[in-house]
Write a protein that binds this ligand. Sequence first.
Ligand SMILES: *[C@@H]1O[C@H](CO)[C@@H](O)[C@H](O)[C@H]1NC(C)=O
Length: 425
Amino acid sequence: MDANKSRKLSLMLVLFIQVLAATLPGCFLGASQQLPIKKPEVQTMASHGHGFGSSLYFPVTGNVYPDGYFAVSFSIGNPQKPFPLDIDTGSDLAWVQCDAPCTGCTGCTVPPDQLYKPAQGSFVLCEDPLCPVIQSLGETTCKGPYEQCHFHRSYADGSSVRGVLVRDNFYLGIINGTPFQPSLTFGCASDIQHGRHGPPPTTGLLGLGKTAANIFSQLRVENVIGHCYSAKGGGFMFIRNDPVSSSKVSWVPMSQNTLAKHYASGPADLLFGGAPTSIKGLHVIFDSGTTFTYFNSAVYEAILNLLSKDLNGKQIRQVQDPDLPVCWNDGKPFRVLSDVKSYFKPFTLGFTRTRNAQLQLTLENYLIISEHGNACLGILDGTKERMGNINVIGDISMLDKLVIYDKEGKQIGWSSANCSRIPKS
Ligand SMILES: *[C@@H]1O[C@H](CO)[C@@H](O)[C@H](O)[C@H]1NC(C)=O
């Protein structure tokens, strides 16, 4: 794999970085601004009479390396067509690349036959209550109630997306023998600006953040979501209409401070090989839309120091690798992570000041074996990636764990799990 491709890996880290509205590139749908529209029908799971008391599970594809993302495929529209969406708990809006005319915009990144074609009646107008909610996190506004509702989102890798909101049926599976296909509002993205990591790898993004834009918030269920990504690739995600009650799950409260718009927690102290380190009081965001884990420069340097001190005197030495900035080898190519077991110790994030929960970072949660046979650090310098002081727990550190985002209970939980095995609904 070439260096460019590997740079793509950390693509969808999402932090709502706002840019001035004056820089609007002027991408608007050519279609009439006065389209007829379906009245919003709020469909809840309960109103379907499903007595939805358990969970809906969805298989997930992808891996940390080399693909760099995990995606779920939902069929949308009539006739149904599948759209692989990058799962992103770091942003709030679902969007798909869309076949809609636009002027002065860069357009889409997937072939035309993979685009979503909105039907005439599916456009959401400004009068819709979700429109201002979704617009409040972007840089578009409405001039009148019967205009199409435009949206905009920008992400921490410098990428951004624009388009209009549409409402269409999402096929979410069969409940009690009946297809469950609620009508949900999402973005029809016709202008996609690449960030530092190139074009998005999927036809769309499944923003699962905390706002009402989240398609599962629109279902008006209790809104417990979770994912389980396997280190071997694939896995599953789920939504639940009832809280998870398992004694095996470690829970930490969601931060209610400045990071509150994200799924954040802390403070946590870092342990290395079970021993305390000088790295304490970390606040972290759990973001399934980020491939690797990012710490701010000071923490990152301290982690490099711990590792190099510990590896000092061992057979292994640091080598150049086109895929990631810090890699090691001992003279012969590594094939699997167990080849480096004798060299590396696990890290632990100890949330001792809240509920004594520990997030174990085994070797697979912070190292990858590159295609060049090196062991590479899957922890990166977030300050260098212009993420400021924010620490992000990315996909790599959530592998082989069931990670639960309980918005209602204001807590984040995890337990170790076999993510290759999808539980029965
Ligand atoms: C995980 O589940 C899969 C599928 O059931 C099974 O093949 C595999 O052996 C399990 N792995 C572990 C470590 O239990």
